[in-house]
Design a binder for this molecule. Structure first.
Ligand SMILES: [Zn+2]
Length: 142
């Protein structure tokens, strides 16, 4: 069975074989590694691309530079993302830069982490969590 994923480098869609784990998997468009699962900086258009085209859960951290708990959680979110290559896809969105999107998604306080699956938000949490807590939360939706 194949799944579609969005390349974190070129943002094009690659169709790859679905596996339990991956040792190597490269983008069919740009050739860069799809295992590079550090959160990418997103915006409304990039989020739309991911939730429309990726068959993996899309995990989005809404944050802002002035938000202490957001800054504190950032390395934890990155660690969680790096632990789950090609299990979920991770984005960060600056809520100050994307206020229209933030209000559309009813982001009232940050950090807020949302999970999208099959084009729809299915859950969220608000407030900083540790990397292991984030991983446990994401695993429910894999
Ligand atoms: Zn690519």
């Amino acid at each position: 069975m194949n799944i579609n994923v969005v390349c974190p480098h070129c943002l094009e869609v690659s169709s790859i074989e679905k596996k339990e784990s991956y040792s190597e998997e490269n983008c069919t468009q740009c050739g860069e590694s799809l295992l590079d699962s550090r959160p990418i900086d997103g915006n409304a258009n990039i989020l739309e691309n991911f939730i429309t085209n990726s068959d993996l859960p899309v995990i989005v951290d809404f944050w802002a530079p002035w938000c202490g708990p957001c800054i504190a959680m950032a390395p934890h979110f990155e660690l969680a993302a790096m632990a789950m290559p090609l299990q979920a896809q991770f984005l960060k969105i600056n809520n100050d830069d994307e206020q229209t999107l933030g209000s559309k998604l009813l982001i009232a306080s940050i950090p807020a982490v949302l999970v999208f699956k099959e084009g729809k938000e299915i859950d969220r949490f608000v407030g900083a969590r540790s990397s292991s807590q984030i991983k446990e939360w994401v695993k429910q939706y894999l």
